[in-house]
Design a protein. Structure first.
Length: 119
């Protein structure tokens, strides 16, 4: 198994290396589904959200956040800082269609997003 670079963004909250399983939360249906679940094991949440009222719900269930949009002053970053949750924003090159819930990601303080792949 090897770590493969798949995207880059800006580490905007709590710099440091984070590793964990993926939970994809894109679109209203997936946000609502997450909101209905009890708070349990946290994941690295991968999303295309950077603001709005659902951000606090997403953050409470996150070990870390990676968003394909946003910048250092985005609402998701402000909330992530409040909850001390690592956050990468602006990872526009993140291939959401190639990720699955449960994949393993590693986030670096320089904004790199890597996935654990076989081979």
């Amino acid at each position: 198994m090897t770590w493969t670079h798949i995207a880059s963004g800006q580490f905007a909250s709590e710099p440091g290396e984070v590793e964990g399983s993926v939970r994809i939360v894109c679109g209203l249906d997936q946000i609502v589904a997450l909101m209905k679940e009890p708070v349990g094991e946290t994941s690295i949440i991968v999303t295309n959200v950077a603001g709005g009222s659902a951000v606090s719900t997403i953050i409470k269930r996150a070990k870390a956040i990676v968003s394909t949009i946003g910048g250092p002053l985005s609402h998701i970053v402000v909330v992530a800082r409040d909850y001390s949750v690592p956050c990468i924003v602006g990872a526009a090159d993140l291939p959401l269609d190639q990720l699955s819930n449960g994949d393993r990601l590693r986030l670096s303080a320089d904004g790199r997003v890597e996935i654990l792949r076989e081979g």
